[in-house]
Design a binder for this molecule. Structure first.
Ligand code: ATP
Length: 369
């Protein structure tokens, strides 16, 4: 499933040069974005970046100041929320406290004038979908946070919208339940065959669930890509920092050979990286490399192209992996991580030991912005 790589795939949701102003303040700035049918799409960004505003415009609670939003080719301008084939699930869930679970789920269907037997059938189907058959007669206050979240979800998909919008859907759940629910949401989206657009500030959540992620900053799209691309090939320092942990070597391109480029770091250290379009001699660049791409050893590895010496600054054992901070002799602190399962034959390095960090020329990316 990768319609974004198919030049013939039909766009489903299109933001075309959309701007949204609140008075003098520009919340969304000339933003364009395409989402495909059945995609699980995440809008990821820090608080205030404009991601909820994008969702609210899609739902019809706000209209763009300029630009247009199309759904399946139709311009949505002027179409009221209840007539859009879109439903929104809010973080607060907004369940009716005095109604049972089944009445909560049935509410929208009743309003639509669906005949009672059909409502009963659809409600049963939805209860099964979110595994709440046993809880049909309970009221929201008699449910756990995770169960309430599932009722809200059942209610928002009961009307069979084509697109489900989720604004921080798991924000109220604790870490463990949130992780479980992420997988449930993915299954649900697959089973229903709907397009999901989720707003979150949590990069792990976006990485786990989404087919593609748009990283938003100050009302603009910084990058749109699959989780793996965003992580492995961030397009800017902002994205590299926002998603996952990263080490940055500031430097200048000293020399460009056939396949590799030598970079002189701000503190004089030399590293060699794979050529990229951005490595013209003399240019200022940043080499961004993820912690797990860095090896930590007590001796200088004989075959390493890039090896920098320093001292173990701290070590954190996290169960599945160990994280090292190494203070290089030039003062820069490097984060390196190693899976513990892969570490059995490695050096047992500890605090204040002398250590070498090494990495391959193709282990990171060169960034110019
Ligand atoms: P959060 O995660 O905190 O909800 P967000 O990225 O979803 O943040 P938005 O809710 O889209 O951010 O808001 C983007 C910016 O627009 C914010 O600075 C916010 O203060 C502003 N804004 C949103 N709605 C309005 C409004 N109705 N009037 C004025 N300013 C608004």
């Amino acid at each position: 499933f990768a319609p974004w790589n198919d030049p013939n795939a039909k766009p489903y949701i299109q933001f075309e040069n959309v701007t949204k102003k609140f008075g003098d303040f520009t919340a969304v700035n000339n933003l364009s974005l395409t989402i495909f049918e059945r995609e699980f799409f995440a809008l990821l960004g820090a608080s205030g970046c404009g991601k909820s505003t994008l969702l609210r415009m899609l739902a019809g609670f706000e209209e763009p100041t300029a630009g247009r939003i199309l759904l399946d080719g139709q311009d949505l301008r002027g179409i009221p929320p209840y007539r859009r084939p879109v439903n929104m699930m809010f973080q607060s869930y907004a369940l009716f406290p005095h109604m049972t679970v089944e009445k909560n789920i049935a509410f929208g269907l009743k309003q639509e004038g669906m005949p009672a037997p059909d409502i009963a059938k659809r409600v049963a189907e939805m209860l099964k979908l979110v595994k709440l058959e046993q809880f049909a007669k309970r009221k929201p206050h008699q449910l756990s946070g995770g169960q309430r979240q599932r009722v809200a979800l059942a209610r928002s998909v009961a009307k069979r919208p084509k697109v489900l919008l989720l604004d921080e859907p798991l924000g109220a759940l604790d870490k463990k339940l949130r992780e479980e629910t992420q997988f449930e949401l993915m299954d649900l989206q697959q089973n229903l065959g709907l397009t999901f657009v989720v707003v979150t500030h949590d990069q792990e959540e976006a990485m786990t669930m989404a087919d593609r992620i748009a990283i938003i900053d100050k009302g603009e799209v910084m990058q749109v890509a699959t989780p793996a691309e965003v992580y492995e090939a961030p397009s800017s320092r902002f994205v590299a920092h926002f998603v996952g942990n990263v080490n940055m070597f500031e430097g200048k391109v000293a020399e460009r050979a056939a396949n590799t480029t030598r970079i002189t770091g701000a503190t004089g250290a030399q590293i060699v990286v794979e050529n990229s379009n951005d490595t013209a001699a003399g240019s200022n660049i940043v080499f961004a490399i993820r912690p797990e791409k860095i090896k930590v050893t007590s001796k200088k590895p004989a075959d390493a192209v890039n090896a920098l010496e320093g001292e173990v600054y701290d070590v954190a054992y996290l169960g599945d992996m160990t994280v090292y901070h190494i203070r290089l002799d030039d003062g820069q602190i490097i984060r390196a991580s190693a899976l513990n399962a892969a570490r059995v034959t490695e050096d047992p390095l500890t605090w204040n030991d002398r250590a070498w960090v090494s990495f391959r020329p193709d282990a990171g990316v060169v960034l110019t912005r």
